[in-house]
Each structure stands twice: as structure tokens, then as C-alpha cells.
Design a protein around this ligand. Structure first.
Ligand SMILES: Cc1cc2nc3c(=O)[nH]c(=O)nc-3n(C[C@H](O)[C@H](O)[C@H](O)COP(=O)(O)O)c2cc1C
Length: 182
């Protein structure tokens, strides 16, 4: 049994199970992005919360792609991607772009970014990148993008992701039982 109380106790390195790793790291609140590109003219995309800024000069960003992802190799082949920062009204898109065997772009209008990747309607911001580097790191690839164009819609607010749940405002639930697992 893993509980919040358990996670509050320091762990020895050999006690860090996958579950406890997820429980602890889920405390770093993030936004949610959809990483998009095209493959043979077909739009492709995947949800990613691992997006972060890396460098100002030159302008670099990164996200991590699981080695098991079937979408990332298609993005990699295009040598570019667009980061779509989801708004508070786009939780359904965050869920949809993490599902396999669904038409992810159905009912999701989009335009083309300057580099030709999908920009989803209603996002808070988009960041258009060429792929600068891919670094293998454990069971993921760290993908570094060189920013080529970007745009922000300042009147929109972001979708948040914290402790494995989506949120649209802070404070998020103060009921720790909604997070603690059996
Ligand atoms: C909120 C959220 C954040 C996610 N963040 C990442 C991520 O940073 N990296 C990643 O590889 N997968 C992430 N995923 C999972 C992928 O979206 C999903 O597993 C993947 O798209 C599976 O389909 P694929 O085989 O088409 O890639 C996330 C899913 C959700 C719902």
C-alpha cells in the first residue's frame, strides 16, 4: 500500500518503486501541451507534460518522448514539431491525444504553423520548432527544439496538470484523499 504518508518519508534508493516515483514527481505542477507535426501530409500529435524551456540564446525548448511512443518516430522523421499549450477548456484534447486507436484530430480544428505543423484552435500559445537534437535518457528521448516562430493569446488561461489530475485553477483540491492511492 502506498499512501501520501508513505511518500512523505525519505526513501532509500532501492525503495523507489515506479509507483512511488510517479507519486513524488507528480507534485511538480505543469501545463499540458500537444506536440504536433505532419507525416506524409497527415497531421500527427501527442499529449506531453514534459515540455520545458531550455535556452534563451539560442532559443531552445525540450520535451521527453517515451521510447514506446508510436507517434514520436513520425514527428522525428519530419525534423520539426509545434508545441501547442492547451487552454483551460481543452482537457478533452489532452485526453484524446494520449489515446491510441482514435482519430485524434477529429473535431479539433487547426491551421498550419510557419514550419507546416498543426496549430490547434483555442490554444494559449504555440511554439514552432525544428528538431535540434535527440538525447537518449533511460526509457525516454530528450527532444531539443530550436524555436523558429511563436505566438501567445494572452487573454486565455492554461490547463494545469498536478498529481495526475487536470486542473484549471489554484488551489487544486486540498482533499489529499483524492490523490492518495490504496
Ligand atoms: C497529461 C499527459 C501528459 C503526457 N506527457 C507525456 C510526455 O511528456 N511524454 C510522452 O512520451 N508521453 C506523454 N503522455 C502520454 C502520451 O500522450 C501517450 O502515451 C502517447 O501519445 C501514446 O500514443 P502514441 O503511441 O501515439 O505516442 C502524456 C499523456 C497525458 C494524458
Amino acid at each position: 500500500m502506498a499512501s501520501v504518508r508513505d511518500v512523505s518519508q525519505p526513501d532509500d534508493i532501492d525503495q523507489i518503486t515506479e509507483e512511488r516515483f510517479r507519486l513524488a514527481l507528480g507534485n511538480f505542477a505543469t501545463g499540458v501541451t500537444i506536440i504536433t507535426s505532419t507525416d506524409d501530409g497527415e497531421p500527427v500529435g501527442m499529449s506531453a507534460s514534459s515540455f520545458t524551456s531550455v535556452s534563451l540564446d539560442p532559443p531552445l525548448v525540450s520535451f521527453c518522448a517515451a521510447l514506446t511512443s508510436t507517434t514520436y518516430p513520425r514527428i522525428s522523421a519530419s525534423e520539426r514539431f509545434c508545441v501547442n499549450v492547451l487552454s483551460e477548456f481543452q482537457e478533452d484534447i489532452a485526453r484524446g491525444f494520449a489515446q491510441r486507436d482514435v482519430e485524434r484530430f477529429a473535431n479539433v480544428p487547426f491551421n498550419d504553423s510557419p514550419l507546416g505543423s498543426p496549430v490547434l484552435s483555442g490554444v494559449v500559445a504555440w511554439i514552432d520548432c525544428s528538431i535540434e537534437a535527440e538525447h537518449r535518457a533511460g526509457d525516454h528521448l530528450i527532444v531539443v527544439g530550436r524555436v523558429r516562430a511563436l505566438h501567445v493569446e494572452f487573454q486565455r488561461l492554461p490547463l494545469l496538470y498536478f498529481r495526475g489530475q487536470f486542473a484549471t485553477e489554484l488551489p487544486i483540491s486540498r482533499d489529499i484523499d483524492t490523490w492518495a492511492t490504496e
